[in-house]
Design a protein around this ligand. Sequence first.
Ligand code: GLU
Length: 496
Amino acid sequence: MTVRVRFAPSPTGYLHIGGARTALYNWMFARKHGGQFILRIEDTDQKRAVKGAVQALMDALRWLGLDWDEGPGVGGPYGPYIQSERAELYRQWAGWLLDHDHAYKCYCTADELKARRAAQKAARSDQGYDRRCRYLTPEERAARERDGLPYTIRFKAPIEGVTVIHDVIRGEITVPNSQIADAVLLKSDGLPTYHLANVVDDHFMGITHILRADEWINSAPLHINLYAAFGWENPVYAHLPLVLNPSGRGKLSKRAQAFDDHGHQVLVKVEEFRDAGYLPQAVNNFLANVGWSFGDDREKFPIEEAIPRFRLEDINPAPTRLPYDKLDWLNGQWIQDMEPLELAQALKPFLDRQGHEVGAEALLAVAPSLRVRLKKLTDADDFLRFLWDDEGNTGVITAERLAHNKLPSDAALRSLQAARDFIATVQPFDLDTLAAGLTTIGEAHTTNGKAGPFLGVLRLAVTRQDVSPPVFESIVALGRERALGRLDSAIALWHK
Ligand code: GLU
């Protein structure tokens, strides 16, 4: 049997981080078993449809590297993969259930249902739909048909007995059938509800395993009975543990905003993680630690290494928080592992977005030292400001600030002049040659014969930043002309 799993989001306009966890686990499971990962868009609730939402979902999945084998954008033999394009199929199978006495037409209007619900509430009973239309006599039914009343199609759920869900993660769950509602399958506008579309699609798309959020477990008994009514075999269920708020209390909001205990907003949209400077490798790694663990006490791992170890049976059913406190650490680790070129390429769009033009060479020069300093790509802004801002971030620089107890003011001036002359002509203008020449200059001017104090002064003179990449890298990144310009204005401070 080839494993076929699906991620079936509703298009809300963005990919929620909890949804990304579901997608990731489905993807890992498919990849582990050499199966297929399918993307299906569940947009039967047209009232909630958001323009551009499918694109946003696809962009976020692609950014995470969760490639789908079938679905929007890539096609496949079981398409279309967008439910609003499959309405005819659902109508057909709702009709089949009617014809086989597994469903009935319900003529109750929305207002009537509302009034009855209110009465139930007042009487503190919550039995759901009272099945009135299930028990209409043939005459009553015929009369309603004659009047051409609009209707929905409801499932004739079993009333006696129990339904057992075999969940790979949660074990066996037994639900009395009296708790299963006669759910609406087809609405009066002829469009399906989630339940019908979901079951029909999972069947016709050949889905073998359903890995989805825990909140859907309450729908499973209904779905299992629908499969049985159709005479279809139901897929294997694995309900993934609930993702809690950072405080550990309550479910992480499905809304676009969530807050921690201190009222700080936490990121929930995948695009927010991207824009905040997190790497997709780190976000996947972060999500793989939610309810599952790699083992060997390893928190940081490439997802490719996790795939062979991934087993549904090992997922912990307990609700769990997203380990936000680990995210920056993980991301920093991932940045450290990047090749300089890779980091330079990753930084480029962030700097472009801020309107900072930094050449590829400059970025490559500083990438090795940035690697060990950044937690997020966005942190680069602070370190690299000297590349686009002649003022740096130190405020006013004075000749006094450019001195050091081992490099008094006159020595500081002379050493900066020597550095200027050296930088003006040095060939080749590269890291090693600069380092060798400038170190010698430093050793010659400091009172302790060590280059350190001078290099600190030189770094401040050229970057005008308290914190920046190391001095030689900074000079290479600035380029000869700009480095000279910075030195000239530093030297000019002595003549003020
Ligand atoms: N459309 C549902 C959602 O948005 C999918 C639930 C399922 O996977 O069955 O989560």
